[in-house]
Design a protein around this ligand. Structure first.
Ligand code: REY
Length: 404
């Protein structure tokens, strides 16, 4: 329970924590890239984050890296019990942005000749799936038909979360939960987001390398890019160092937020258990899109799109979003209990945005945070969306991840 006094203290801290820093860009022109984008709309960004806060997020923040210049904005609280203000340097749980990292590792394995995208999963993991036709590509593009086991797991939000908060699953157990259900499509059918796909991806990484996920993320992404805030601590439950606490919104209107910070995230693992920061995620996406993590051919494969809902498409572990000003951005969203993340970059990787709200299961906040992309990549050219319209459900995360 959070006392009224704590809440008041929180509200006061939120006002003084408001910060905005913008350094002018000196970017060289690059056709079709960040230098041709309108300047980020700092006021718009602050407005979006403030709206998310008014809709129930204890705090929110965004960091834009723009070819050498930096914009950082925060509102509200990182920690409701101490009243500490949100900081853009705080670490947090990135949820499904982890999928971009898992796909990157697998594409590196493709580059090394250890894997081909059109090979069946069962060739590498004999007998794992009930259909030999399901390929690596199907899994990475959410076209395997494998049911999402998190639908059942989190049908009841707080009860579901508390039942798994300290649990440790094997990846095979998670696939087993999925296989209790019929498949949603034939192999290679329509896109349908499912965490099961990236659990299978994690199994492939382990099988092909003979090493742990933590080791592969570290050696292939974290250390080469010098990421200092990025960790895979599974099945540890703590976030190392200074971090934003995460607050899960219960399904019952008016019920107190649940501090969900400490958990194993074993229910997600290679589909969503990485801890990181806005700076690190911007560095990662910029490097990926600039072609510094995979071969050009593998990046092209990651960017072969299938339709994934209005204004969206999905590649291999990578989402494309088409913004109101006609600009497309590339990255992923994440939703783990207590944390909503948007991490996207321009086509050339020169401008990147990572935005966080430290709540989840709140569709209004999630929809509001989407508008950080407009502020970051469309600037003042963003088309203002009506605030009174219906709450839009997104395809970014598993179905039913957020109540309206
Ligand atoms: C799981 C439920 C969300 C979150 C999910 N996340 O699949 C993956 C992702 C890793 O795409 C939870 N919602 C919430 C519910 C809804 O419990 N009943 O919003 O915290 O990032």
């Amino acid at each position: 329970m959070v006392s009224a006094a704590t809440l008041r203290k929180g509200a006061a801290a939120a006002v003084i924590s408001l910060s905005l820093l913008a350094v002018p860009a000196h970017a060289a022109p690059s056709p079709g890239g960040a230098a041709t984008l309108p300047a980020p709309d700092a006021d718009g960004l602050l407005g979006v984050l403030s709206t998310a806060r008014s809709q129930g997020a204890p705090g929110a923040m965004a960091r834009i890296d723009d070819a050498g210049s930096l914009h950082r904005t925060t509102v509200g609280l990182a920690d409701r019990s101490t009243g500490r203000a949100m900081a853009t340097t705080d670490r947090f749980r990135i949820g499904s942005v982890t999928k971009v990292m898992s796909a990157t590792v697998l594409l590196q394995l493709v580059d090394e000749g250890k894997l081909t995208l059109d090979s069946p999963i069962n060739r590498h993991l004999p007998g794992l799936l009930p259909d030999d036709r399901i390929t690596v590509r199907h899994v990475l593009s959410h076209r395997s038909g494998l049911h999402d086991y998190t639908d059942d797991m989190f049908a009841r939000t707080v009860e579901g979360f508390e039942a798994v908060r300290t649990k440790t699953f094997t990846l095979r157990q998670l696939v087993g939960l999925s296989l209790r259900h019929p498949r949603t499509t034939a192999p290679g059918g329509a896109y349908r987001y499912s965490n099961t796909n990236f659990v299978v991806a994690g199994m492939l990484i382990r099988k092909l390398t003979g090493r742990s996920l933590a080791t592969e993320y570290r050696d292939r992404i974290i250390e080469p890019l010098g990421l200092r805030d990025t960790f895979y601590v599974h099945p540890g439950t703590a976030i190392p160092g200074r971090h934003a606490r995460g607050y899960l919104t219960p399904d019952t209107a008016g019920a107190a937020l649940v501090d969900a910070t400490e958990q194993t995230v074993s229910w997600a693992q290679s589909a969503g258990a990485v801890i990181s920061s806005a700076q690190d995620m911007n560095t990662f996406l910029s490097a990926l899109l600039a072609g510094r993590l995979t071969s050009a051919a593998s990046l092209a494969e990651m960017r072969r799109w299938v339709p994934a809902g209005t204004g969206q498409a999905y590649g291999l572990g990578l989402r494309r979003r088409d913004l109101s000003c006609g600009v497309s951005v590339y990255g992923h969203t994440g939703a783990v209990q207590g944390y909503y993340t948007y991490a996207f970059a321009s086509a050339d990787g020169r401008r990147s945005l990572t935005a966080l709200a430290n709540t989840s299961n709140n569709a209004r906040v999630m929809n509001t945070m989407l508008r950080t992309l407009d502020s970051a990549f469309c600037g003042k050219r963003a088309k203002v969306r009506g605030g009174a319209g219906p709450v839009v459900r997104h395809e970014d995360v598993a179905p039913g991840v957020a109540r309206d």
